[in-house]
Design a protein around this ligand. Structure first.
Ligand code: PRP
Length: 289
């Protein structure tokens, strides 16, 4: 008999705190990777899969995934880029989209990044910012921080800041304006290059993909005179192609197609304008395409 230790369960790292913690736990749950986190525990065992979840600081997830402490991790693509950790990008999760912007005070005379040579730039993203400025031939003095970057011009320690912008309300509240955009990011699923249980990792990715696509699409169903079907198909080409069924009245047919959720209202109006009727939008809970 061999006395080998049991293989480690596939480990997923999730943010331990904040809005992203709730959203990512819900996403996994919707994908059938369900777990219950015992109070204050940093581990949870999944119910129906050989998977355990560990709760970590969002900004530590890239490096912990690269080091192999976790196999998969949910974190911001901004943090992955800033860490420089070698990781496999598995999936964009369709949440937490933001941009990283170079900002100055509203009343600053600076209008271009090149005017920042030798000036002070405060940021929590020194790696991305340094590379971006260097590509423009600019060398600046960096004030590296882990938060509250938006008040650094007011505090007199910076001439410009590089910070994340989501709604823009932090910028407005601190009388700052964007002079350039450095990058756009969203929440992502990343993977270690040497994942032990690749089959389980792939199953989780497929499941999450089904939920992510389902959240960004709706199903539209409508009836249309056959004579207008070609026009209707142009309006709703579907994910691959629309499903067309016959109706008892040979002059009419029924169409079913996926549409981007945010575009459904406009599409319904356009369908109505070409003679469609009984147009119904249904939410999709999950899908495999
Ligand atoms: C982030 C970011 C900005 C703000 C942008 O800060 O650093 O300050 O959100 O969001 P808005 O455009 O919707 O206002 P966070 O709240 O994560 O805290 P931090 O300042 O400590 O990084």
């Amino acid at each position: 008999m061999t006395n080998q230790p049991p293989e480690r369960l596939l480990r997923i790292g999730l943010p331990s705190k904040g809005r992203l913690a709730e959203i990512s736990a819900q996403l996994l749950n919707d994908a059938g990777v369900s777990f219950r986190r015992p109070e204050r525990s940093l581990f949870a065992r999944c119910r129906d899969m050989p998977v355990e979840v560990t709760f970590l600081r969002t900004d530590d997830i890239p490096v912990l995934a690269a080091e192999g402490a976790i196999d998969l991790g949910i974190t911001g693509a901004d943090l992955v880029a800033e860490s420089g950790a070698p990781l496999v990008h598995r999936l964009d999760l369709g949440i937490g989209s933001c941009r990283l912007a170079l900002c100055v005070a509203d009343d600053s005379k600076v209008t271009d990044a090149r005017q920042l040579a030798g000036k002070r730039v405060a940021t929590s993203f020194p790696r991305i910012t340094r590379t971006w400025l260097a590509q423009r031939g600019v060398e600046a003095h960096f004030v590296e921080l882990s938060g509250s970057v938006e008040i650094m011009i007011q505090l007199g320690v910076a001439d410009a800041i590089v910070d994340l912008v989501e709604t823009g309300s932090t910028l407005a509240a601190n009388r700052l304006r964007v002079i350039d955009e450095i990058g756009r990011y969203e929440t992502v699923l990343v993977q270690n290059h040497h994942v032990a249980d690749a089959a389980t990792a792939d199953r989780i990715v497929r499941r999450l993909e089904g939920v992510v696509i389902a959240r960004s699409y709706s199903l539209l169903e409508y009836n249309i005179p056959r004579s207008r079907l070609a026009d209707a198909e142009k309006i709703t080409p579907g994910f691959n192609s629309p499903t067309v069924s016959t109706l008892e009245d040979p002059e009419w047919c029924a169409v079913r197609a996926m549409v981007r959720r945010g575009e459904a209202h406009g599409i319904m109006e356009r369908l109505e304008a070409i003679g469609a009727s009984a147009i119904i939008e249904t939410e999709i809970a999950n899908c495999r395409l």
